[in-house]
Design a binder for this molecule. Structure first.
Ligand SMILES: [Zn+2]
Length: 500
Protein backbone atom coordinates (compact mmCIF):
# COMPACT_ATOMS: atom_id res chain seq x y z
CA UNK A 1 0.00 0.00 0.00
CA UNK A 2 1.23 3.45 -0.87
CA UNK A 3 2.36 5.65 1.97
CA UNK A 4 0.14 8.53 3.04
CA UNK A 5 2.18 11.33 1.50
CA UNK A 6 3.48 9.89 -1.73
CA UNK A 7 0.77 11.02 -4.15
CA UNK A 8 -0.89 14.22 -5.31
CA UNK A 9 -4.48 14.49 -6.52
CA UNK A 10 -5.03 13.26 -10.11
CA UNK A 11 -4.80 16.83 -11.48
CA UNK A 12 -2.47 19.80 -11.09
CA UNK A 13 -2.80 22.22 -8.22
CA UNK A 14 -4.79 25.01 -9.83
CA UNK A 15 -3.90 27.53 -7.16
CA UNK A 16 -0.23 27.31 -8.13
CA UNK A 17 -0.96 28.29 -11.72
CA UNK A 18 -1.60 31.65 -13.36
CA UNK A 19 -3.95 30.23 -15.97
CA UNK A 20 -5.04 26.87 -17.37
CA UNK A 21 -5.14 25.86 -21.00
CA UNK A 22 -8.08 23.97 -22.55
CA UNK A 23 -6.50 20.54 -22.00
CA UNK A 24 -5.69 21.26 -18.38
CA UNK A 25 -9.28 22.45 -17.82
CA UNK A 26 -10.64 19.27 -19.41
CA UNK A 27 -8.37 17.13 -17.26
CA UNK A 28 -9.44 19.01 -14.14
CA UNK A 29 -13.17 18.60 -14.92
CA UNK A 30 -12.90 14.92 -15.81
CA UNK A 31 -10.63 13.88 -12.92
CA UNK A 32 -12.13 11.66 -10.23
CA UNK A 33 -10.50 10.43 -7.07
CA UNK A 34 -10.36 6.69 -6.67
CA UNK A 35 -9.38 6.92 -3.02
CA UNK A 36 -8.60 9.98 -0.94
CA UNK A 37 -6.65 7.97 1.62
CA UNK A 38 -3.70 7.77 -0.69
CA UNK A 39 -3.41 11.49 -1.09
CA UNK A 40 -2.54 12.22 2.47
CA UNK A 41 -5.02 14.94 3.29
CA UNK A 42 -3.91 16.09 6.75
CA UNK A 43 -6.28 16.38 9.71
CA UNK A 44 -6.91 19.84 11.09
CA UNK A 45 -7.28 20.86 14.72
CA UNK A 46 -10.44 22.94 14.79
CA UNK A 47 -12.69 23.68 17.81
CA UNK A 48 -10.71 21.44 20.18
CA UNK A 49 -10.82 18.36 17.81
CA UNK A 50 -8.84 16.94 14.94
CA UNK A 51 -11.14 16.99 11.91
CA UNK A 52 -10.49 15.39 8.59
CA UNK A 53 -12.09 15.92 5.16
CA UNK A 54 -14.30 12.88 4.49
CA UNK A 55 -13.66 10.69 1.46
CA UNK A 56 -17.41 10.30 0.80
CA UNK A 57 -17.70 14.01 0.05
CA UNK A 58 -15.49 13.54 -2.98
CA UNK A 59 -17.41 10.42 -4.03
CA UNK A 60 -20.85 12.07 -3.66
CA UNK A 61 -19.74 15.31 -5.33
CA UNK A 62 -17.42 14.60 -8.24
CA UNK A 63 -17.00 18.32 -8.81
CA UNK A 64 -15.30 18.69 -5.41
CA UNK A 65 -11.51 18.90 -5.63
CA UNK A 66 -8.67 19.28 -3.17
CA UNK A 67 -5.78 21.70 -3.35
CA UNK A 68 -2.61 20.46 -1.68
CA UNK A 69 -1.03 23.90 -1.56
CA UNK A 70 -4.08 25.55 0.09
CA UNK A 71 -5.01 22.44 2.09
CA UNK A 72 -8.64 23.07 1.24
CA UNK A 73 -11.47 21.95 -1.06
CA UNK A 74 -13.03 23.82 -3.98
CA UNK A 75 -15.60 23.30 -6.77
CA UNK A 76 -13.86 22.75 -10.11
CA UNK A 77 -16.71 23.99 -12.42
CA UNK A 78 -17.28 27.11 -10.28
CA UNK A 79 -13.54 27.77 -10.07
CA UNK A 80 -13.30 27.67 -13.88
CA UNK A 81 -16.62 29.11 -15.02
CA UNK A 82 -18.34 31.20 -12.31
CA UNK A 83 -18.60 34.95 -12.83
CA UNK A 84 -17.21 37.54 -10.47
CA UNK A 85 -20.32 38.94 -8.75
CA UNK A 86 -21.15 35.97 -6.49
CA UNK A 87 -21.71 36.29 -2.76
CA UNK A 88 -18.97 35.50 -0.29
CA UNK A 89 -20.30 32.14 0.85
CA UNK A 90 -20.37 30.70 -2.65
CA UNK A 91 -17.14 32.42 -3.42
CA UNK A 92 -15.45 30.36 -0.72
CA UNK A 93 -15.74 27.19 -2.83
CA UNK A 94 -15.23 28.87 -6.18
CA UNK A 95 -12.50 31.49 -6.09
CA UNK A 96 -11.11 30.56 -2.67
CA UNK A 97 -10.80 27.00 -1.33
CA UNK A 98 -12.67 26.05 1.79
CA UNK A 99 -10.06 25.23 4.42
CA UNK A 100 -12.20 24.84 7.56
CA UNK A 101 -13.42 21.20 7.68
CA UNK A 102 -15.79 21.75 10.64
CA UNK A 103 -18.90 22.74 8.66
CA UNK A 104 -17.82 21.39 5.31
CA UNK A 105 -20.79 18.97 4.83
CA UNK A 106 -23.43 21.71 5.09
CA UNK A 107 -21.45 24.14 2.91
CA UNK A 108 -21.12 21.56 0.17
CA UNK A 109 -24.85 20.74 0.28
CA UNK A 110 -25.78 24.42 0.02
CA UNK A 111 -23.29 24.95 -2.82
CA UNK A 112 -24.60 22.00 -4.82
CA UNK A 113 -28.09 23.51 -5.09
CA UNK A 114 -27.01 27.13 -5.66
CA UNK A 115 -27.78 28.84 -8.98
CA UNK A 116 -24.16 29.76 -9.37
CA UNK A 117 -23.11 26.12 -9.18
CA UNK A 118 -25.82 24.98 -11.59
CA UNK A 119 -24.79 27.56 -14.18
CA UNK A 120 -21.12 26.68 -13.76
CA UNK A 121 -21.90 22.97 -14.21
CA UNK A 122 -23.81 23.72 -17.42
CA UNK A 123 -20.90 25.81 -18.71
CA UNK A 124 -18.50 22.99 -17.80
CA UNK A 125 -20.72 20.44 -19.59
CA UNK A 126 -20.78 22.60 -22.76
CA UNK A 127 -17.03 23.05 -22.56
CA UNK A 128 -16.45 19.28 -22.40
CA UNK A 129 -18.87 18.74 -25.32
CA UNK A 130 -16.96 21.19 -27.49
CA UNK A 131 -13.65 19.61 -26.52
CA UNK A 132 -14.82 16.08 -27.34
CA UNK A 133 -16.34 17.28 -30.64
CA UNK A 134 -19.96 16.48 -29.64
CA UNK A 135 -20.87 20.12 -29.99
CA UNK A 136 -19.90 22.82 -32.48
CA UNK A 137 -17.46 25.55 -31.68
CA UNK A 138 -18.96 28.21 -29.43
CA UNK A 139 -18.56 30.91 -32.11
CA UNK A 140 -20.76 28.93 -34.49
CA UNK A 141 -23.33 27.96 -31.86
CA UNK A 142 -23.67 31.52 -30.66
CA UNK A 143 -24.89 32.73 -33.99
CA UNK A 144 -27.58 30.56 -35.50
CA UNK A 145 -27.97 33.10 -38.29
CA UNK A 146 -24.34 32.58 -39.22
CA UNK A 147 -24.86 28.83 -39.18
CA UNK A 148 -27.82 29.14 -41.52
CA UNK A 149 -25.81 31.28 -43.92
CA UNK A 150 -23.04 28.68 -43.96
CA UNK A 151 -25.60 25.95 -44.65
CA UNK A 152 -27.27 27.97 -47.41
CA UNK A 153 -23.99 28.87 -49.11
CA UNK A 154 -22.92 25.24 -49.07
CA UNK A 155 -26.14 24.20 -50.79
CA UNK A 156 -25.66 26.88 -53.44
CA UNK A 157 -22.06 25.85 -53.99
CA UNK A 158 -23.10 22.21 -54.39
CA UNK A 159 -25.62 23.24 -57.10
CA UNK A 160 -22.96 25.28 -58.90
CA UNK A 161 -20.45 22.43 -58.75
CA UNK A 162 -23.15 20.02 -59.98
CA UNK A 163 -23.83 22.12 -63.07
CA UNK A 164 -20.10 22.29 -63.83
CA UNK A 165 -19.81 18.52 -63.49
CA UNK A 166 -22.85 18.10 -65.77
CA UNK A 167 -21.21 20.26 -68.46
CA UNK A 168 -18.03 18.19 -68.12
CA UNK A 169 -19.84 14.84 -68.28
CA UNK A 170 -21.93 15.85 -71.28
CA UNK A 171 -18.93 17.42 -72.97
CA UNK A 172 -20.65 20.76 -73.52
CA UNK A 173 -19.02 24.17 -73.34
CA UNK A 174 -19.55 26.01 -70.06
CA UNK A 175 -19.87 29.41 -71.65
CA UNK A 176 -20.89 30.45 -75.12
CA UNK A 177 -20.33 33.83 -76.73
CA UNK A 178 -22.14 35.70 -74.00
CA UNK A 179 -21.77 34.95 -70.30
CA UNK A 180 -25.42 35.65 -69.49
CA UNK A 181 -26.58 33.16 -72.11
CA UNK A 182 -23.99 30.52 -71.35
CA UNK A 183 -24.87 26.85 -70.95
CA UNK A 184 -23.73 27.19 -67.35
CA UNK A 185 -26.24 30.01 -66.69
CA UNK A 186 -28.99 28.13 -68.54
CA UNK A 187 -28.48 25.04 -66.36
CA UNK A 188 -28.68 27.25 -63.25
CA UNK A 189 -31.93 28.77 -64.38
CA UNK A 190 -33.33 25.31 -64.91
CA UNK A 191 -32.12 24.19 -61.46
CA UNK A 192 -33.55 27.37 -59.88
CA UNK A 193 -37.07 26.58 -61.10
CA UNK A 194 -37.59 24.11 -58.25
CA UNK A 195 -34.87 25.40 -55.97
CA UNK A 196 -35.87 28.53 -54.08
CA UNK A 197 -32.52 28.88 -52.32
CA UNK A 198 -30.63 28.95 -55.62
CA UNK A 199 -33.22 31.19 -57.29
CA UNK A 200 -33.01 33.69 -54.46
CA UNK A 201 -29.22 33.62 -54.63
CA UNK A 202 -29.07 34.14 -58.39
CA UNK A 203 -31.66 36.90 -58.42
CA UNK A 204 -30.90 38.90 -55.31
CA UNK A 205 -27.46 38.15 -53.91
CA UNK A 206 -24.50 40.45 -54.16
CA UNK A 207 -22.97 40.01 -57.65
CA UNK A 208 -19.55 39.87 -56.00
CA UNK A 209 -20.47 36.69 -54.08
CA UNK A 210 -22.44 34.78 -56.72
CA UNK A 211 -19.71 32.12 -57.23
CA UNK A 212 -20.48 32.03 -60.94
CA UNK A 213 -17.64 34.11 -62.36
CA UNK A 214 -15.21 32.50 -64.84
CA UNK A 215 -12.47 32.68 -62.18
CA UNK A 216 -14.57 30.69 -59.70
CA UNK A 217 -15.58 28.26 -62.48
CA UNK A 218 -11.93 27.66 -63.28
CA UNK A 219 -11.08 27.21 -59.63
CA UNK A 220 -13.90 24.71 -59.14
CA UNK A 221 -12.90 22.86 -62.32
CA UNK A 222 -9.32 22.55 -61.18
CA UNK A 223 -10.47 21.30 -57.76
CA UNK A 224 -12.62 18.65 -59.51
CA UNK A 225 -9.58 17.79 -61.66
CA UNK A 226 -7.37 17.40 -58.60
CA UNK A 227 -9.86 15.07 -56.95
CA UNK A 228 -10.19 12.96 -60.11
CA UNK A 229 -6.46 12.69 -60.74
CA UNK A 230 -5.84 11.91 -57.06
CA UNK A 231 -8.30 9.01 -57.28
CA UNK A 232 -6.65 7.72 -60.48
CA UNK A 233 -3.13 8.00 -59.05
CA UNK A 234 -4.14 6.20 -55.84
CA UNK A 235 -5.63 3.32 -57.84
CA UNK A 236 -2.58 3.25 -60.12
CA UNK A 237 -0.13 3.22 -57.21
CA UNK A 238 -2.09 0.39 -55.59
CA UNK A 239 -1.46 -1.79 -58.69
CA UNK A 240 1.84 -3.68 -58.88
CA UNK A 241 2.78 -2.12 -62.25
CA UNK A 242 1.51 0.40 -64.73
CA UNK A 243 1.97 1.31 -68.36
CA UNK A 244 2.41 4.84 -69.64
CA UNK A 245 0.72 6.02 -72.83
CA UNK A 246 1.08 9.44 -74.45
CA UNK A 247 -0.05 10.98 -77.67
CA UNK A 248 0.03 14.40 -79.19
CA UNK A 249 -3.17 16.36 -79.66
CA UNK A 250 -3.74 19.83 -81.01
CA UNK A 251 -6.42 21.76 -79.14
CA UNK A 252 -8.94 24.31 -80.46
CA UNK A 253 -6.39 27.10 -79.99
CA UNK A 254 -3.88 25.09 -82.13
CA UNK A 255 -1.68 24.57 -79.09
CA UNK A 256 0.17 21.30 -79.17
CA UNK A 257 -0.48 19.26 -76.07
CA UNK A 258 0.56 15.81 -74.99
CA UNK A 259 -2.19 13.68 -73.46
CA UNK A 260 -0.82 11.54 -70.65
CA UNK A 261 -2.64 8.27 -69.94
CA UNK A 262 -2.04 5.58 -67.32
CA UNK A 263 -2.83 1.95 -67.97
CA UNK A 264 -3.10 -0.27 -64.89
CA UNK A 265 -5.08 -3.04 -63.29
CA UNK A 266 -7.59 -1.84 -60.72
CA UNK A 267 -8.33 -4.58 -58.15
CA UNK A 268 -11.48 -2.94 -56.73
CA UNK A 269 -13.68 -3.34 -59.82
CA UNK A 270 -11.25 -6.01 -61.21
CA UNK A 271 -10.57 -4.46 -64.58
CA UNK A 272 -7.87 -2.95 -66.70
CA UNK A 273 -8.11 0.83 -66.65
CA UNK A 274 -6.81 3.31 -69.15
CA UNK A 275 -7.25 6.71 -67.56
CA UNK A 276 -6.38 10.09 -68.93
CA UNK A 277 -4.36 11.88 -66.26
CA UNK A 278 -3.45 15.30 -67.62
CA UNK A 279 -2.08 17.29 -70.53
CA UNK A 280 1.62 18.03 -70.55
CA UNK A 281 2.48 21.37 -72.11
CA UNK A 282 5.45 20.81 -74.35
CA UNK A 283 7.38 23.81 -75.59
CA UNK A 284 10.14 21.71 -77.18
CA UNK A 285 9.46 18.50 -79.08
CA UNK A 286 12.82 16.76 -78.78
CA UNK A 287 12.76 13.33 -77.19
CA UNK A 288 14.67 14.48 -74.13
CA UNK A 289 12.47 17.54 -73.49
CA UNK A 290 9.30 15.48 -73.89
CA UNK A 291 10.59 12.70 -71.63
CA UNK A 292 11.44 15.24 -68.93
CA UNK A 293 8.03 16.89 -69.26
CA UNK A 294 6.27 13.51 -68.99
CA UNK A 295 8.23 12.34 -65.97
CA UNK A 296 7.78 15.67 -64.24
CA UNK A 297 4.02 15.59 -64.81
CA UNK A 298 3.76 12.03 -63.51
CA UNK A 299 5.90 12.84 -60.50
CA UNK A 300 3.88 15.97 -59.67
CA UNK A 301 0.69 13.91 -59.84
CA UNK A 302 2.24 11.52 -57.31
CA UNK A 303 2.62 8.47 -59.56
CA UNK A 304 5.13 5.90 -58.27
CA UNK A 305 7.47 5.86 -61.29
CA UNK A 306 9.37 2.78 -60.07
CA UNK A 307 6.32 0.72 -61.07
CA UNK A 308 6.48 1.76 -64.74
CA UNK A 309 6.79 -1.36 -66.93
CA UNK A 310 5.57 -0.18 -70.30
CA UNK A 311 5.46 2.79 -72.61
CA UNK A 312 3.24 3.16 -75.66
CA UNK A 313 3.43 5.91 -78.27
CA UNK A 314 3.08 6.35 -82.01
CA UNK A 315 6.11 5.69 -84.20
CA UNK A 316 7.31 9.31 -84.57
CA UNK A 317 11.09 9.63 -84.38
CA UNK A 318 11.06 11.90 -81.33
CA UNK A 319 8.90 9.39 -79.45
CA UNK A 320 10.10 6.00 -80.64
CA UNK A 321 13.72 6.88 -81.54
CA UNK A 322 16.12 4.16 -80.43
CA UNK A 323 18.76 6.51 -79.02
CA UNK A 324 17.24 9.93 -78.47
CA UNK A 325 13.50 9.25 -78.53
CA UNK A 326 11.28 9.68 -75.48
CA UNK A 327 11.23 5.92 -74.91
CA UNK A 328 15.04 5.69 -74.90
CA UNK A 329 15.35 8.65 -72.48
CA UNK A 330 12.80 7.13 -70.10
CA UNK A 331 14.39 3.69 -70.32
CA UNK A 332 17.74 5.16 -69.29
CA UNK A 333 16.12 5.99 -65.93
CA UNK A 334 13.56 3.18 -65.74
CA UNK A 335 15.04 0.28 -67.75
CA UNK A 336 12.05 -1.99 -67.08
CA UNK A 337 9.63 0.31 -68.93
CA UNK A 338 9.58 -1.49 -72.29
CA UNK A 339 8.43 0.44 -75.34
CA UNK A 340 5.65 -0.78 -77.63
CA UNK A 341 4.75 0.99 -80.83
CA UNK A 342 0.99 1.47 -80.51
CA UNK A 343 -0.49 -1.37 -82.58
CA UNK A 344 -3.57 0.62 -83.60
CA UNK A 345 -1.22 3.27 -84.98
CA UNK A 346 0.77 0.57 -86.80
CA UNK A 347 -2.37 -0.83 -88.41
CA UNK A 348 -3.39 2.67 -89.44
CA UNK A 349 0.03 3.25 -90.98
CA UNK A 350 -0.20 -0.05 -92.87
CA UNK A 351 -3.56 0.99 -94.31
CA UNK A 352 -2.23 4.45 -95.20
CA UNK A 353 0.76 2.92 -97.04
CA UNK A 354 -1.43 0.39 -98.84
CA UNK A 355 -3.77 3.18 -99.93
CA UNK A 356 -0.90 5.05 -101.62
CA UNK A 357 -1.44 2.82 -104.66
CA UNK A 358 -2.63 5.30 -107.41
CA UNK A 359 -5.89 3.44 -108.11
CA UNK A 360 -6.79 3.36 -104.41
CA UNK A 361 -5.75 6.96 -103.89
CA UNK A 362 -7.80 8.18 -106.85
CA UNK A 363 -10.82 6.16 -105.81
CA UNK A 364 -10.74 7.55 -102.26
CA UNK A 365 -10.22 11.08 -103.52
CA UNK A 366 -13.25 10.78 -105.77
CA UNK A 367 -15.44 9.32 -103.01
CA UNK A 368 -14.43 12.14 -100.68
CA UNK A 369 -15.12 14.85 -103.27
CA UNK A 370 -18.53 13.43 -104.14
CA UNK A 371 -19.43 13.24 -100.43
CA UNK A 372 -18.48 16.91 -100.10
CA UNK A 373 -20.37 17.73 -103.30
CA UNK A 374 -23.63 16.48 -101.81
CA UNK A 375 -22.80 17.69 -98.29
CA UNK A 376 -22.26 21.36 -99.12
CA UNK A 377 -25.18 21.94 -101.47
CA UNK A 378 -28.82 21.68 -100.42
CA UNK A 379 -29.92 21.36 -104.05
CA UNK A 380 -27.62 18.40 -104.76
CA UNK A 381 -28.44 16.71 -101.47
CA UNK A 382 -32.13 17.06 -102.28
CA UNK A 383 -31.51 15.39 -105.64
CA UNK A 384 -29.62 12.56 -103.90
CA UNK A 385 -32.44 11.97 -101.42
CA UNK A 386 -35.08 12.08 -104.17
CA UNK A 387 -33.15 9.42 -106.14
CA UNK A 388 -32.71 7.34 -102.98
CA UNK A 389 -36.47 7.45 -102.36
CA UNK A 390 -37.03 5.88 -105.78
CA UNK A 391 -34.58 3.04 -105.19
CA UNK A 392 -36.24 0.66 -102.71
CA UNK A 393 -33.42 -1.83 -102.54
CA UNK A 394 -30.69 0.73 -101.79
CA UNK A 395 -32.90 2.62 -99.32
CA UNK A 396 -33.31 -0.57 -97.28
CA UNK A 397 -29.58 -1.33 -97.47
CA UNK A 398 -28.68 2.19 -96.36
CA UNK A 399 -30.85 1.69 -93.24
CA UNK A 400 -31.02 5.04 -91.47
CA UNK A 401 -28.35 6.80 -93.51
CA UNK A 402 -29.71 9.66 -95.59
CA UNK A 403 -26.49 10.82 -97.22
CA UNK A 404 -22.95 9.83 -98.11
CA UNK A 405 -20.22 9.93 -95.46
CA UNK A 406 -16.94 11.76 -95.72
CA UNK A 407 -13.68 9.86 -95.18
CA UNK A 408 -12.01 10.19 -91.78
CA UNK A 409 -8.69 12.03 -92.07
CA UNK A 410 -6.83 10.22 -89.31
CA UNK A 411 -8.38 6.83 -88.62
CA UNK A 412 -8.22 5.02 -91.93
CA UNK A 413 -10.01 1.90 -90.76
CA UNK A 414 -13.05 4.13 -90.13
CA UNK A 415 -13.07 4.84 -93.87
CA UNK A 416 -14.52 1.36 -94.44
CA UNK A 417 -17.89 2.65 -93.25
CA UNK A 418 -17.87 5.59 -95.69
CA UNK A 419 -16.83 3.29 -98.56
CA UNK A 420 -19.55 0.82 -97.61
CA UNK A 421 -22.17 3.61 -97.75
CA UNK A 422 -20.87 4.72 -101.14
CA UNK A 423 -20.90 1.16 -102.49
CA UNK A 424 -24.40 0.52 -101.14
CA UNK A 425 -25.84 3.75 -102.57
CA UNK A 426 -23.83 3.43 -105.80
CA UNK A 427 -26.93 3.30 -108.04
CA UNK A 428 -28.44 6.34 -106.34
CA UNK A 429 -25.17 8.28 -106.63
CA UNK A 430 -24.90 7.58 -110.38
CA UNK A 431 -28.58 8.42 -110.91
CA UNK A 432 -28.46 11.73 -109.03
CA UNK A 433 -25.18 12.80 -110.70
CA UNK A 434 -26.76 12.01 -114.05
CA UNK A 435 -29.81 14.16 -113.30
CA UNK A 436 -27.65 16.99 -111.99
CA UNK A 437 -25.49 16.95 -115.12
CA UNK A 438 -28.64 17.05 -117.24
CA UNK A 439 -29.40 20.29 -115.40
CA UNK A 440 -26.06 21.76 -116.53
CA UNK A 441 -24.09 20.76 -113.41
CA UNK A 442 -20.73 20.14 -115.15
CA UNK A 443 -18.98 18.96 -111.96
CA UNK A 444 -21.59 16.27 -111.48
CA UNK A 445 -21.11 15.15 -115.06
CA UNK A 446 -17.36 14.75 -114.58
CA UNK A 447 -17.79 12.75 -111.36
CA UNK A 448 -20.38 10.53 -113.01
CA UNK A 449 -17.92 9.70 -115.74
CA UNK A 450 -15.19 8.97 -113.18
CA UNK A 451 -17.20 6.59 -111.03
CA UNK A 452 -18.66 4.57 -113.85
CA UNK A 453 -15.23 3.43 -115.01
CA UNK A 454 -14.44 -0.23 -114.42
CA UNK A 455 -11.19 0.51 -112.57
CA UNK A 456 -13.04 2.73 -110.06
CA UNK A 457 -15.71 0.15 -109.36
CA UNK A 458 -13.30 -2.75 -108.90
CA UNK A 459 -11.03 -0.67 -106.64
CA UNK A 460 -14.00 0.47 -104.51
CA UNK A 461 -15.25 -3.07 -104.02
CA UNK A 462 -11.77 -4.48 -103.30
CA UNK A 463 -10.66 -1.77 -100.86
CA UNK A 464 -14.01 -1.75 -99.05
CA UNK A 465 -13.70 -5.52 -98.60
CA UNK A 466 -10.16 -5.29 -97.21
CA UNK A 467 -10.87 -2.33 -94.93
CA UNK A 468 -14.08 -3.78 -93.52
CA UNK A 469 -12.00 -6.66 -92.17
CA UNK A 470 -9.63 -4.30 -90.38
CA UNK A 471 -12.39 -2.24 -88.69
CA UNK A 472 -12.95 -4.84 -85.98
CA UNK A 473 -9.21 -5.29 -85.48
CA UNK A 474 -8.69 -1.54 -85.21
CA UNK A 475 -11.49 -1.26 -82.61
CA UNK A 476 -10.11 -4.21 -80.68
CA UNK A 477 -6.58 -2.76 -80.63
CA UNK A 478 -7.91 0.47 -79.18
CA UNK A 479 -10.02 -1.15 -76.47
CA UNK A 480 -8.69 -1.15 -72.90
CA UNK A 481 -9.36 -4.84 -72.33
CA UNK A 482 -7.42 -6.08 -75.37
CA UNK A 483 -4.42 -8.24 -74.51
CA UNK A 484 -1.54 -9.56 -76.63
CA UNK A 485 -3.10 -12.98 -77.33
CA UNK A 486 -6.42 -11.46 -78.43
CA UNK A 487 -4.65 -8.90 -80.61
CA UNK A 488 -2.48 -11.54 -82.30
CA UNK A 489 -5.42 -13.89 -82.91
CA UNK A 490 -7.61 -11.19 -84.45
CA UNK A 491 -4.68 -9.87 -86.54
CA UNK A 492 -4.10 -13.39 -87.88
CA UNK A 493 -7.79 -13.65 -88.87
CA UNK A 494 -7.63 -10.36 -90.78
CA UNK A 495 -4.38 -11.40 -92.45
CA UNK A 496 -5.91 -14.66 -93.69
CA UNK A 497 -8.96 -12.78 -94.96
CA UNK A 498 -6.86 -10.30 -96.91
CA UNK A 499 -4.66 -13.04 -98.41
CA UNK A 500 -7.67 -14.98 -99.77
ZN1 LIG B 1 -19.77 24.88 -7.78
Amino acid sequence: MASDKCCDPPYGDVFLKQSLDANEKTQLLNAKWESVHHYGIPSKYVGGKFRKIQFRWFVDNTWLHYSTSKQGVYCAPCFLFSGKDENSKQKSLAAVPLVDPSNIGKTIQAHAVSNLHRESCEAAHNFISVMTGDKKDIVCSLSSAHEQTVEKNRKILVDIVDSLILCGRQNIAIRRHQDDRSNFAAIHQLQAKDNTVLRDHLEHDNPRTKYTSPEIQNELISICGEIISKTIVEACNAAPFFGFIADEATDAATMEQMAIVLRYYDCAPSRVCEDFLCYANCSATTGEALANAFLQNLETAGVNLQKMRGQGYDGAANMAGQYRGVQACIRQIFPKALYTHCKAHSLNLAIVHASKEPLARNMMGTVQEIAFLFDYSAKRLFQFQASLAENDHERVEMEKRKKLQTLCETRWAARADALYTFKTAYGTVVKSLERLSENNDTKAGAYRAAITQFSFIITLVAIEHVLSGSVQLSKLLQSTTCDLVQAATEAEVVKTQVEK
